[in-house]
Design a protein around this ligand. Structure first.
Ligand code: DNO
Length: 390
C-alpha cells in the first residue's frame, strides 16, 4: 500500500455551472463535490432530489464524493426562531444522504458571511486574475461605506485614519468594486447582499459573542453527530475564511485551539475537519503541517490552496505551489497520513486563477475551469513525485 493517493475531485455548482461535469471528467477527476444549492437553507433534502443529482454525476462516469455544503441555517447558529425544526431537518438530510450512499459532509459555522474578499479580479504579474483581501479597503468598507454601528471600535485609530486615506485616494470605480465584492453572497452564486440585509443580519448576532456561538456549535454537534455516526457519515467542518472575526461577528473555527475544542468536546470519528490550507493559512500562528500531525485522524476532506499574506493583513490567492504554505511539506504529510490510515482522502484544488479563455467568460469567483485544472495538474504532479519517495 505504498502509493495511496488523494482522491481527486472538483467542485461543481450544479447543472447551471459554466464548468460542466464533462469538463471535470476531462480534468481527470473521479469525484465531484457538490450540493443541492437550490434547496432553501433549513429545509430537508429528500432522497428523490439527492438521487437525481447523483445520477447526473454517475452518468458522466464519476461519483458524488463529498457534499459541500449541507448548510447550517442562521437560526441554528443563533439558536433562535426555527432552529429546532432546522436541526431535525438537518438530521433527516443526513439520513437521506447516507441512504443514497454519500459518506462525507462539509459545512461551516460562520455567521452571516461565508468568505470575504475585497477584489475578485486582482491582476497577477502573468495577467491571470486572483482573489484578494485588502485590509484597509475592508476597513473602509465597514466603517465608511456600510457604516456598521460600532465598527470604529473594532479597529485601531491608525487603521481608521489609513482607511480614510485609502478612501480619499481611490477612484469611484474602485470603491464601487470593493463595496460589491464585500457584499458577495455565497461561493457559487453571483448574488450579493444589500447593505440593509447585512446590517439586519448583523443585528441578529448582537447578543452573541464567541463563547455563545461556540455553545451553539457544540449543541448542534451533540444533536447531529450521533445521527451521522449511525448513518456511517463523516462530518467535516470548514474553517473560517478569513480566520478571524469579520464585521464584528464572532468566528470560532479559526485556530488550532478552536479545532481542538470542537474535536475534544464532541469526541467521535464522525466529528471531523475539512482541512483547508487557504483558510487556515491566513493566520501565521496556524501550523499547517502540525495540524495534519495532530488532527489527522479527524481529517475527512482536503481543500488545497495557497495564499501570500503580508504583515498588515492583506492576502491574495497565489499559485497553488507558490505561496506561504509549504505545499510540498503539506502534501508529503498528507500522503503519510493516508498511508497510516490506509485511506484515500478526497481532495479538491480549492479555487484557481481566472486565466486564458476563462477571462472572457463569466465564472464564479475562484471557480473558473482552467485555473483549477492547472492547480489540480500541479498538485497531481507534486503528489506523483512525492509518492515515489515515501
Ligand atoms: C469557498 C469554500 C467555502 C466552503 C464552505 C463550506 O470557496 O471553500 O465556501 O465551501 O465554507 O461550508
Amino acid at each position: 500500500m505504498n502509493d495511496i493517493r488523494m482522491y481527486e475531485t472538483m467542485r461543481w455548482f450544479g447543472p447551471h455551472d459554466a464548468t460542466g461535469l464533462k469538463d471535470i471528467r476531462q480534468a481527470g477527476c473521479k469525484g465531484v463535490v457538490t450540493a443541492l444549492h437550490e434547496i432553501p437553507v433549513g429545509d430537508a433534502w429528500t432522497v428523490e432530489e439527492i438521487k437525481k443529482r447523483k445520477s447526473l454525476i454517475e452518468a458522466e462516469g464519476m461519483t458524488w464524493t463529498v457534499v459541500e455544503s449541507l448548510p447550517v441555517s442562521e437560526d441554528i447558529k443563533r439558536q433562535a426562531g426555527a432552529y429546532k425544526t432546522h436541526i431535525e431537518n438537518y438530521k433527516k438530510s443526513l439520513e437521506n444522504l447516507s441512504a443514497c450512499g454519500l459518506k462525507v459532509i462539509t459545512y461551516n459555522f460562520m455567521p452571516v458571511l461565508d468568505w470575504v474578499r475585497t477584489d475578485i479580479s486582482y491582476t497577477m504579474p502573468t495577467g491571470a486574475k486572483a482573489l484578494y483581501f485588502e485590509r484597509l479597503a475592508f476597513v473602509a468598507f465597514d466603517v465608511f461605506m456600510l457604516k456598521r454601528p460600532d465598527a470604529v471600535n473594532d479597529y485601531t485609530s491608525v487603521e481608521i485614519k489609513q482607511a480614510e486615506q485609502w478612501l480619499a485616494a481611490s477612484s469611484g470605480q474602485i470603491k464601487q468594486q470593493v463595496f460589491q465584492n464585500a457584499l458577495l453572497g455565497l461561493p457559487g452564486t453571483m448574488g450579493r447582499f444589500t447593505p440593509e440585509e447585512v446590517l439586519a443580519a448583523l443585528k441578529g448576532y448582537h447578543e452573541i459573542n464567541a463563547e455563545k456561538l461556540r455553545k451553539h456549535l457544540i449543541y448542534f454537534l451533540q444533536e447531529i453527530i450521533p445521527v451521522a455516526e449511525k448513518a456511517g457519515l463523516k462530518m467535516a467542518i470548514h474553517p473560517d475564511d478569513p480566520p478571524y472575526p469579520v464585521l464584528g461577528l464572532p468566528r470560532i473555527v479559526s485556530s488550532e485551539k478552536d479545532l481542538n475544542d470542537i474535536l475534544e468536546t464532541v469526541p467521535s470519528q464522525a466529528n471531523g475537519l475539512c482541512y483547508c490550507t487557504g483558510s487556515l493559512g491566513v493566520r501565521a500562528d496556524n501550523d499547517l503541517i502540525g495540524i495534519i500531525k495532530r488532527f489527522g485522524e479527524h481529517i475527512h476532506f482536503l481543500h488545497l490552496r495557497n495564499i501570500r499574506k503580508d504583515d498588515t493583513g492583506n492576502f491574495y490567492e497565489s499559485d497553488h505551489l507558490d505561496g506561504d504554505a509549504d505545499m510540498f511539506g503539506i502534501v508529503r504529510e498528507l500522503l503519510l497520513l493516508m498511508k497510516r490510515r490506509n485511506i484515500s482522502l478526497p481532495m479538491r484544488p480549492d479555487h484557481g486563477h481566472q486565466m486564458l479563455d476563462d477571462l472572457r467568460k463569466t465564472t464564479y469567483p475562484g471557480y473558473s475551469a482552467i485555473g483549477r485544472l492547472k492547480a489540480l495538474a500541479e498538485l497531481r504532479g507534486l503528489q506523483h513525485g512525492l509518492v515515489k519517495t515515501l
